[in-house]
Ligand binder design. Structure first.
Ligand code: SF4
Ligand code: SF4
Length: 87
């Protein structure tokens, strides 16, 4: 497998910028949850391009996103649309 972008919700929720969701080149890959007040990544769609990491760090000035080895994701490998969870 490979690296995936992961959002730190505690850091992201201090902002409300949605910038990463605008710049991610993959459709429906990184979205914003109004319930969590945070962006989140759909693991099965992330192509590890790291554009969101750059945007969050250099444009939003937040550093809420880091790349993680897929086995080390905090919430495991969750495919939200189908409910499949691999831990
Ligand atoms: S750019 Fe960073 S702070 Fe802004 S919504 Fe995305 S993860 Fe959150
Ligand atoms: S690493 Fe690339 S594909 Fe993955 S969420 Fe960030 S911008 Fe989207």
């Amino acid at each position: 497998m490979y690296y995936i972008a992961e959002v730190n919700k505690d850091i992201c929720s201090q902002s409300n910028c949605h910038l990463c969701t605008t710049y991610c080149p993959e459709a429906n890959c990184i979205n914003y949850s109004e319930a969590d007040k945070s962006a989140y990544v759909s693991v099965d769609r992330c192509k590890a391009c790291e554009i969101c990491v750059y945007i969050c760090k250099e444009v939003a000035k937040k550093e809420a996103i880091q790349m993680k080895w897929i086995d080390d994701l905090e919430e495991g490998f969750v495919i939200k649309r189908t409910g499949v969870v691999l831990r």
